[in-house]
Design a protein around this ligand. Structure first.
Ligand SMILES: NC(=O)c1ccc[n+]([C@@H]2O[C@H](COP(=O)([O-])OP(=O)(O)OC[C@H]3O[C@@H](n4cnc5c(N)ncnc54)[C@H](OP(=O)(O)O)[C@@H]3O)[C@@H](O)[C@H]2O)c1
Length: 259
């Protein structure tokens, strides 16, 4: 039996990309799942799909907009008994809009990124970690980014949110150092998901150009590392992991094959 068998994993942003891939890979390890995102129909599809090949795990799919603290508290309070005790929280929901220079970023866009990427992660953590402390077990895995290590032009607010994730992860790890609860951060470089389509508000051509001439990471590459991080023995904590495609060296240094 693997170390993750029977554990309960709560994933935000499970309706696509890294969150969805993580759900599928945790299911293979025999984990029960709480799948959350705003697009409930996607979560229901994912639940149905995973359930076909994993009959013995319990999956709870529930609509959750992480920008809404009340919703977070309700979802966590009303978890079904089978998944009430969360062993692994994957704070994955996140997004970016646009590439405007700071002086042009609209207030609504600033608010949306701060509310999703920072406040959502904070309030989810606050809703779930106290029970982990009572049970003296648990693991918080935050999805950061290279954007949380290095700022770039056109990414001021997104970078600020991911720098915040970096800081929050480190502070939480310090606060929980005298507990068995583990706190980890995984920081991807370029991953080909819906992320760039969201960034360019549905402009597929602009989104595809981000990955032109190089082989980006795919959601499964990061999901594998999330599951690996969760699956280490209880005394091992992977604090921080920075992961690039082979032809990316930092936020903006990439090699693209000539056409
Ligand atoms: N792709 C990359 O290159 C890359 C690189 C570094 C870090 N990351 C980080 O990786 C994480 C996952 O992104 P991804 O690449 O998998 O992108 P994605 O395919 O666009 O997935 C983002 C997920 O976040 C959810 N989400 C967005 N806003 C939400 C909200 N207000 N409430 C709840 N869920 C929300 C989306 O679900 P709904 O729309 O259904 O709510 C979706 O499931 C993000 O934190 C992102 O910043 C991505």
């Amino acid at each position: 039996m693997g170390r993750l068998q029977g554990k309960t994993v709560f994933i935000t942003g499970a309706s696509s990309g890294i969150g969805e891939a993580s759900a599928r890979q945790f299911a293979k390890e025999g984990c029960n799942l709480v799948l959350t995102a705003r697009r409930l129909e996607k979560l229901e599809q994912l639940k149905a799909d995973i359930s076909k090949s994993h009959l013995n795990i319990f999956i709870h799919a529930v609509k959750l907009d992480v920008r809404d603290k009340k919703q977070i508290d309700t979802v966590v309070t009303e978890l079904p008994a089978q998944v009430k005790d969360v062993d692994v929280l994957v704070n994955n929901a996140g997004m970016v809009i646009g590439t405007d220079p700071l002086i042009d970023v609209k207030e609504a866009v600033v608010d949306q990124m701060l509310a999703t990427n920072i406040k959502g992660l904070v309030f989810l953590t606050q809703a779930i970690v106290p029970r982990m402390k009572e049970r003296e077990t648990g693991h918080v895995i935050n999805i950061g980014s290279i954007a949380g290590k290095q700022a770039y032009a056109g990414g001021s607010i997104y970078c600020a949110t991911k720098f915040a994730v970096d800081a929050i992860t480190k502070a939480l790890a310090i606060e929980l150092v005298d507990t068995p609860i583990r706190v980890s951060q995984i920081c991807p470089g370029m991953v080909n998901t819906e992320f760039s389509t969201v960034r360019f508000q549905g402009d597929k051509e602009k989104a595809d150009n981000v990955y032109k001439g190089l082989q980006p990471l795919v959601a499964d590459d990061i999901a594998e590392l999330i599951v690996f991080t969760a699956g280490r023995p209880a005394h091992v904590n992977i604090a921080d992991m920075l992961v690039f495609p082979v032809n990316q060296a930092d936020s903006k240094t990439v090699y693209r094959r000539p056409e």
